[in-house]
Design a protein around this ligand. Structure first.
Ligand code: HGY
Ligand code: MN
Ligand code: MN
Length: 419
């Protein structure tokens, strides 16, 4: 555990940069609901955290490469660079009022592994690259895994550059404004990709396991809905004459919950459906809502149950009710991703060399590994989230667990480097 101090210090410092109240929090016991981290892609908070990461890289002799999506790459050159690249990383952006470990632990741990290689004199054969992908959360520009989808070519540059945030600023201008828009693509794609991440769920803690070896990552379908009703006076308009957009939205919200529960039972798996984003216009107590915007997040590790939920939700949307029109679009749709057996086995041997307990498990959260797994042999390493909490200010992972996962990451890279 000798090196734990540096990664602990870095995670505390970067946590303070992203936190709305700027507090540096080093112990779980002092964490409160008011200590949320809000660091959407393309904002000043995003810039400050990127600057912090870039400064750390430069201080340690690395020259970061910024690509046309703002992804940041640092490379430890290998002795046989024509061998395939090993890439490892995650994202620096966060949700609103999120935690300080989601994404950032993977980025700073990837850099930490490069530092440990340099300091220990480890002679890597392959080029080993640490990466911070832009906008994984999708909450800023309404496109999850923005930077990694761009890096893999899964979504074209023009489409991504013109995405707009809530302030109607397009992605390209936002990245120019924070000075993180490169002028070329990163030269090279990984043969192997590793993402080290907090579990964001309760399983490892419940089972008392130190490491999660991810077998698959959930498929996801995000729908954006617009409800058009008739705005009116809440006192004078008789009930039978209303077209209340919010009542229709509430009807859909209840259906999403029911459909996801049905899918979980029918397919005996972890199918989920959530409406976490909703805006009501004009949103005053004495006005019948005429307009509602809403997003639906459907997920499952099985394609069939994801397709089942999507079809049932679309059937509900297409039903004519309360005289409210519904327009919808599919914002993001990804099939479940299966992790590489070769990489999972490399993680397993690293875990057993280190003597940690582990279990295989699917990821209910989406990650940059999804698009990257389409172009490389990919795997993920999880460590426990206290009380399974994430996407909340109370997200926390013990630093001793952070160190264990980091050592597994380091060991796995060494195994793949000799392949
Ligand atoms: O939404 C997710 O699952 C990820 O945290 N972006
Ligand atoms: Mn994440
Ligand atoms: Mn997240």
């Amino acid at each position: 555990m000798e090196n734990m101090e540096r990664i602990k210090k870095i995670l505390i410092e970067q946590g303070a940069i992203g936190r709305e109240n700027g507090k540096a929090i080093s112990e779980y016991e002092t964490l409160t609901e008011n200590d949320g981290v809000t660091r959407p892609a393309g904002t000043e908070k995003d810039k400050k955290t990127r600057d912090y990461f870039v400064d750390l890289c430069k201080k340690n002799g690395f020259e970061p490469f910024i690509d046309v999506f703002g992804n940041i790459f640092v490379t430890l050159r290998g002795s046989s660079p024509d061998e395939g690249i090993i890439m490892m990383g995650s994202h620096l952006d966060s949700v609103v009022h999120g935690g300080m470990f989601d994404g950032t632990m993977g980025v700073f741990s990837a850099l930490e592994v490069l530092l440990r290689f340099k300091e220990s004199g480890y002679r890597n054969r392959r080029d080993i690259v640490a990466v911070a992908f832009t906008g994984e959360e999708g909450s800023a520009f309404h496109q999850p895994m923005l930077g990694s989808n761009g890096f893999t070519g899964n979504i074209g540059r023009e489409k991504l550059w013109t995405l707009k945030n809530r302030d109607e600023i397009d992605f390209k201008s936002a990245m120019q404004r924070i000075e993180y828009l490169g002028d070329s693509e990163f030269p090279g794609k990984p043969e192997y990709y590793l993402e080290y991440h907090i579990e964001q769920g309760p399983v490892l803690e419940e089972k008392g396991k130190e490491i999660g070896i991810v077998t698959s990552i959930t498929g996801q379908c995000v729908l954006s809905l617009e409800f058009e009703g008739i705005q009116g006076h809440s006192g004078t308009t008789p009930m039978e004459m209303r077209s209340d957009a919010l009542v229709r939205a509430a009807d859909i919200i209840a259906s999403v919950d029911r459909i996801a529960r049905d899918a979980s039972k029918k397919y005996r798996n972890h199918s989920v459906g959530t409406v976490g984003e909703l805006s009501v216009d004009p949103g005053r107590f004495n006005v019948i809502p005429g307009h509602v915007n809403m997003k639906i997040d459907l997920r499952s590790e099985q394609s069939e149950s994801l397709a089942f939920m999507k079809k049932k939700v679309l059937d509900e949307i297409e039903r004519e009710k309360f005289g409210v029109k519904i327009k919808y679009s599919i914002v993001a749709e990804v099939e479940p991703s299966i992790m590489s057996d070769e990489v999972m086995n490399a993680i397993r041997s690293s875990v057993s060399t280190l003597g940690f307990s582990s279990m295989d498990m699917p990821s209910g959260a989406g990650h940059d590994t999804i698009p990257i797994s389409r172009i490389s042999k990919a795997g993920m390493i999880f460590v426990p989230s206290i009380r399974g909490l994430s996407h909340t200010p109370l997200e926390w992972t013990n630093f001793s667990d952070v160190e264990k996962g980091l050592e597994v990451l380091e060991g796995t890279v060494k195994i793949l480097d000799r392949r």
